[in-house]
Write a protein that binds this ligand. Structure first.
Ligand SMILES: [Cu+2]
Length: 130
């Protein structure tokens, strides 16, 4: 049957497109020099303004202050929904930004880029907005 051969190809195509749409975050090489974690407010995230809270620790597990933190958000189920902005330092290794997810439920790809001096790390997170 034609449908049984066409379907895997279509799925593969979607996969390829999805990867290329999110390609911005791959520049930095992962290193054990930092630990990045992301939480949301509210948790779990719901449609509307969502605060993305980034906690950064250094290799010794201590809060990393004074870093440059950029957050890229991408609505994985839509094209052209990419946003990027700096997260503001809150102290104690915490950085945060508010992003607008009004009417945009589903899966979001959150790429966090942290740099300080020679340290540079980008990490992807996925959140499901309800
Ligand atoms: Cu969207």
């Amino acid at each position: 049957m034609k449908t049984s051969t066409a379907m895997p190809f279509i799925l593969m195509l979607i996969g390829v497109l999805g990867v290329s749409a999110c390609g911005g975050g791959g520049a930095a090489t992962p290193a054990a020099s930092m630990q990045i974690s992301v939480t949301t407010l509210p948790d779990p995230p719901v449609k509307g303004p969502v605060e993305l809270i980034v906690d950064v620790k250094d290799a010794q597990g201590q809060p990393l202050n004074g870093a440059n933190v950029i957050v890229l958000t991408s609505h994985t189920t839509m094209n052209g929904m990419n946003q990027q902005g700096p997260a503001k330092a809150r102290g104690n290794g915490r950085y945060a930004m508010v992003t607008d997810m009004s009417g945009m439920n589903g899966q979001w790809l959150i790429t966090v880029q942290v740099s300080k001096g020679s340290l540079n790390l980008a990490q992807d997170f996925k959140i499901d907005v309800q």
